[in-house]
Design a protein around this ligand. Structure first.
Ligand code: G3P
Length: 220
């Protein structure tokens, strides 16, 4: 299980966080950080990262399929074998139908994989909690990749997401993400009742990664 409070870095498909650069960034996180971090690399980089670092690894996505006759899908068993401890599900950049989310959550539970369902608004966050994931991550799509953080731009919506999730299932943790760049954004997210943040560009696209890592986790 992932320990919280936590900072999760989604490497997406940024050229700065694939292949050797994915390993370099993950080693920098491992050496610099003193708190809980996890990373979501590209599938082909996962084994290299899990064999060479101790930073918890999550898949960016898993398809709602069983082993067998499928082509081009991401299979849970392969991700787990490659070192993933869990997965994001339904990221705004990789949305799934409700029945598919439910299937992936169910398969992950069977295989002891951590589940983080992404939700684009507080209502969806509450509905996602009903599927029994470990975490729901509220990320307003319009703020993803930008400079304005969800926790400072939309604090009332983060609070609403926390309340809706708590009402459905208090055991489900809430994360928030989109535009998170510094310790103030992380601190605000925690004060609003979340167990951490999910971010990408704020780490991946910065020059001085060590400084950013130290700054971000000082907000936890
Ligand atoms: O999965 C995290 C992500 O969607 C947020 O991206 O670049 O706004 O931190 P970013």
């Amino acid at each position: 299980m992932l320990e919280s409070p936590i900072i999760i870095v989604n490497y997406k498909t940024y050229s700065q966080s694939i292949g050797k650069d994915a390993l370099k960034l993950t080693k920098t996180i491992e050496k610099t950080s003193e708190k809980n971090w996890a990373v979501c690399p590209q599938p082909n980089d996962m084994r290299m990262l899990s064999e060479n670092t101790n930073v918890p690894i999550l898949s960016q996505h898993i398809d709602p399929i069983d082993p067998g006759s499928n082509t081009g899908d991401l299979l849970l068993e392969t991700m787990k074998d490659s070192g993933a401890e869990g997965t994001l599900i339904n990221h705004s950049e990789k949305r799934l139908k409700l029945s598919s989310i439910e299937k992936v959550v169910g398969r992950c539970k069977e295989k002891d994989m951590v589940t983080i369902i992404c939700a684009n608004n507080p209502l969806v966050a509450g509905s996602a909690a009903a599927l029994g994931p470990d975490f729901v991550a509220y990320e307003p799509p319009e703020l993803i990749g930008g400079d304005i953080s969800v926790s400072t731009a939309k604090p009332e919506l983060v609070e609403e997401a926390v309340k809706r999730v708590e009402k459905i299932d208090p055991d489900v943790g809430v994360l928030c993400g989109a535009g998170v760049k510094d310790s103030e954004d992380v601190k605000a997210a925690i004060e609003l009742g979340t167990e951490g943040v999910l971010l990408a560009s704020g780490v991946v696209k910065t020059e001085d990664k060590k400084e950013v890592i130290k700054d971000l986790e000082s907000g936890l």
